[in-house]
Ligand binder design. Structure first.
Ligand code: SAM
Ligand code: SF4
Length: 450
């Protein structure tokens, strides 16, 4: 008996972990006959994989659901599902405000999708699953997965126990859990066999990863990276997102010792002021962060850094904002993300009274972003004339062009044959633009001599 072909459309909002989760949902539904499609029109199932990290997440969901409701009315049998962190946090509201939604499930329950689909077909009615079952989920994810391409993501850690005052993650993703080393190594081998040359390990606090290694010893992320570097075909390793408190000496040493570990690190600090860091419950000071940066630069002098900043956390004064600008000036970032503080319901910061006025938050954010933009542009401009190794990922925007990434994660556009996709080659950077680099391939004999 052949399984009927059905069309599945998944929209991913938010972080890379959501993108990874969406791929795994597609993997879980493939044996039931669901094949991914690009648009919701005519789909048999539409899943909105939502993000709750910043403001207006719930409004965005309900406005998208309003559009999909009309589509569902025209498409007999269409299943509409809400997944991700908004589903976890607002399951009851989704059920009340959007009764036409068939399934609501949180990020720690999606491994039960085949069972939910079966329940749905047996009983007319809605299926809501928002338990935290991370260990069970990790076990269920060890099966076959569709190839992700030259660069692949691999979730190794989920959840968070740090409870920063502003953040919803500990409430939507649950407690911190590490995926067993053997499972991670097996998935990485599978990805390499499917053509991945670069693997990015994912976790809300990826550098808090720990577990028992195949040698029976307690491993941290540094040791895991060393083991992953032995997998044939994996030319590049990255990991994100790290917490400054979990950057241990072995992980820093891995940047020195393991050539596959790329010289780029996303290490969010949020603020340069100790007063604000304390109010945020970050568990580190600005100096702690700077010492970690110094140790990373001593281990790997060409390491480039990225970070996250929040402008206008409750209680932030002008002097605190100035301290953030000073820290950015002192470190020099290759890129960074910055956000205006937005109160997340149920978090301790949202209950504070000293909220910064919107206009003030806007101004501070603009100042932070102007400085970060200038640093990023200067970092890219300094690359002009340099020869760097690029991992080519696929065709570029124009015919005859390839896209790739430098070790420092900068997008590169370069003339070259499509056959170079999946290969690491030296290129000469001809120009550094604000968000990317243009380059020429280094001719073969010159490359071989280099
Ligand atoms: N675990 C990571 C860490 O500790 O830095 C980051 C997790 S969070 C998914 C990504 C970023 O969103 C945070 O680093 C923070 O800058 C931002 N963010 C989280 N909650 C926020 C809020 N309430 N308002 C503004 N930005 C927020
Ligand atoms: Fe959120 Fe803080 Fe945990 Fe990062 S460390 S996920 S910001 S609570």
């Amino acid at each position: 008996m052949t399984t009927p072909r059905r069309r599945l459309h998944i929209q991913s909002w938010g972080c890379q972990m959501n993108v990874y989760d969406s791929h795994r949902m597609a993997d879980l539904l493939r044996p039931l006959g669901y094949e991914p499609c690009e648009t919701p029109a005519g789909a048999d199932m539409v899943i909105l994989n939502t993000c709750h990290i910043r403001e207006k997440a719930t409004e965005k969901l309900f406005s998208e659901l309003g559009r999909l409701r009309a589509l569902k009315a025209e498409t007999p049998g269409m299943v509409l599902a809400v997944a991700g962190c908004v589903a976890q946090a607002e399951a009851a509201e989704v059920a009340a405000r959007a009764p036409y939604v068939d399934m609501v499930f949180g990020p720690q329950s999606y491994h039960r999708l085949p069972e939910m689909v079966a329940r749905l077909s047996r009983a007319a009615g809605r299926v809501i699953v928002t338990e935290f079952e991370t260990d069970e989920k990790f076990d269920a994810l060890n099966g076959a997965s569709a190839p992700q391409g030259v660069t692949a993501f691999l979730t190794v850690q989920e959840g968070c126990d740090k409870f920063c005052a502003f953040c919803v993650v500990p409430y939507t993703r649950g407690a911190e859990r590490s995926r067993p080393a053997l499972h991670v190594l097996a998935e990485a081998r599978r990805l390499a066999a499917q053509g991945a040359r670069e693997v990015t390990l994912l976790g809300q606090n990826v550098n808090a990863w720990h577990g028992e290694g195949p040698d029976g010893r307690a491993w941290g992320l540094g040791r895991l990276l060393r083991a992953l570097a032995e997998i044939p075909g994996l030319a590049r390793l990255r990991y994100t997102t790290s917490h400054p408190r979990d950057m241990d000496a072995d992980l820093i040493a891995a940047h020195r010792d393991v050539p596959q570990v790329m010289p780029f690190l996303h290490l969010p600090i949020q603020s340069g002021s100790d007063r604000v860091l304390l109010a945020m419950n970050r568990g580190h000071t600005a100096d702690d962060f700077l010492r970690t940066v110094d140790a990373l630069r001593a281990a790997r002098p060409d390491i480039a850094l990225s970070s996250d900043f929040i402008a206008g956390h409750p209680g932030e004064r002008e002097a605190d904002h100035a301290a953030t600008l000073a820290l950015i000036g002192r470190v020099g970032f290759a890129q960074a993300f910055s956000f205006k503080y937005s109160p997340r319901p149920g978090t301790p910061a949202a209950a504070l009274t000293a909220h910064v006025p919107e206009a003030e938050k806007d101004r501070r954010l603009q100042e932070i972003q102007a400085l970060l933009r200038a640093q990023q542009a200067a970092f890219n401009a300094r690359m002009a004339g340099e020869t760097v190794e690029v991992l080519f990922t696929g065709p570029g925007r124009h015919p005859g062009q390839l896209s790739g990434r430098t070790p420092w994660l900068q997008p590169v556009h370069c003339d070259g044959p499509p056959s170079l996709a999946g290969h690491v080659r030296p290129v000469r950077i001809v120009a550094g633009h604000p968000n990317s680099l243009s380059a020429h391939l280094v001719p073969e004999p010159e490359a071989a001599a280099a």
